[in-house]
Design a protein around this ligand. Structure first.
Ligand SMILES: NC(=O)NCCC(=O)O
Length: 384
């Protein structure tokens, strides 16, 4: 499997396909072409100085007579952990705050209204170790922990909604941990939080050692720039999880993730894109980058040798739209900021064409699911 030497699918296609073939391949793999955004040159200069990739695209909707366009710019941030996992906890957190602050500055120059960071962005993805200290020390209060306070300052300074996925310590309920995304309004107030509903038990993703399945349902946050929701990482494999955010009215669903090539790279371009299509909304898939090494070896419970790293986090963050179009992905190898301009009117326009909300048989599913989860359920199989 390719590691950091293989930059991106897009780069490979562009290198090897003749232009006419490339056009057709892109039409099928990426849908209607997204327009390149004309971002300020000082943003590109700052990104180059800060050694991260900057890309910008716009999705367009048809003009309507009664509604003006509802244009919003989202920013997706993918990054490596700047310090090694055995550096002191406080130093790692500070280094990550500094890194993100510099990327958010550039997002502000690009006119971003809502920004989302990767899953558990203030820490190395240490759940694979199944050790408690020092990793649980990265957990913070969602309401007033140092990271939320830091994000509140950013939000207010840049008039930007900030989605900050962290490891949460819930002081009010027995000090327990959760995998949480804190949503901070552009006013600087903590608007609320949402928790990861599905916990992976696959390969080295042994997160159930640390926290339980989320207990907050599928909240949608009304922001000045549109209604948003957060489906954290492994939740993207569950179509009903996406559906419930959509049923609650989400127009943009962020999917902050941490996942590796050997496990999920072939699923990655499909899942968030399919969710955008199936739910008539925009989805934003964000993955971290690079390899993280842990001080002690751990096993994957598969009989193979113990190891100190997860494998390669392949970045490739992208935005998908309800009409099946999507942006190219960010690099597999570099830190990056993807800016996408969305016209939220596209959600209703596609809904009116394809009618998935109208033709979905929710009542029938609800009734059948209610029966199916009963212990004495017998599957509806017709036999001769
Ligand atoms: N962080 C996380 O949930 N990873 C699980 C692996 C995957 O869903 O690709």
């Amino acid at each position: 499997m390719a590691g950091p030497e293989w930059e991106s699918l897009e780069q490979c296609l562009e290198k090897h396909l003749p232009p006419a073939d490339l056009r057709e391949v892109k039409r099928i793999l990426y849908g209607k072409e997204t327009r390149k955004l004309d971002l300020p040159s000082r943003a590109f200069e700052a990104a180059s100085e800060g050694d991260f990739e900057l890309q910008g695209y716009a999705f367009e909707a048809a003009e309507e007579q009664l509604r003006p366009p509802r244009t919003v710019r989202v920013g997706l941030v993918q990054n490596r952990t700047p310090l090694p996992a055995d550096a002191p906890v406080a130093k790692q957190v500070t280094a990550l705050h500094r890194r993100i602050e510099s990327i958010v500055e550039v997002a502000a120059v690009c006119g971003v209204n809502i920004i989302c960071f990767q899953e558990a962005w203030t820490m190395p993805f240490a759940f694979c170790t199944r050790e408690k200290l020092p990793w649980t020390e990265f957990a913070e209060s969602a309401e007033d922990g140092p990271t939320s306070r830091f994000c509140q300052k950013l939000a207010k300074k840049h008039n930007m909604v900030v989605v900050s996925p962290i490891l949460e310590r819930d002081r009010e309920h027995g000090d327990v941990l959760w995998n949480t995304a804190v949503v901070i309004s552009n006013s600087g107030a903590v608007l609320g939080k949402t928790r990861k509903n599905h916990i992976p038990r696959v390969g080295d993703f042994n997160e159930s050692t640390y926290y339980m399945e989320g207990n907050l349902g599928h909240p949608v946050f009304q922001t000045q720039f549109g209604r948003i929701a957060v489906n954290i990482c492994y939740g993207r494999h569950h179509p009903l999880n996406w559906l419930m955010y959509s049923i609650n009215g989400a127009e943009i669903i962020f999917n902050p993730s941490a996942t590796i090539g050997a496990l999920s790279e072939s699923l990655w371009p499909v899942e968030a894109r399919n969710a955008a299509i199936a739910n008539h909304c925009f989805t934003c898939a964000i993955n971290r980058v690079g390899k993280e090494y842990f001080p002690n070896e751990f096993t994957s419970g598969d009989g193979k040798k113990a190891h100190q790293d997860f494998g390669y986090f392949y970045g490739s963050s992208y935005v998908a739209a309800p009409d099946s179009s999507r942006t190219p992905g960010l690099s597999r190898t570099r830190d990056g900021l993807l800016v996408a301009e969305l016209d939220l009117n596209l959600c209703r326009q596609v809904n009116d064409i394809w009618n998935f909300k109208m033709t979905g048989r929710y009542e029938m599913y609800a009734q059948e699911l209610t029966e199916a989860v009963k212990p004495n359920y017998s599957p509806n199989v017709v036999k001769e």
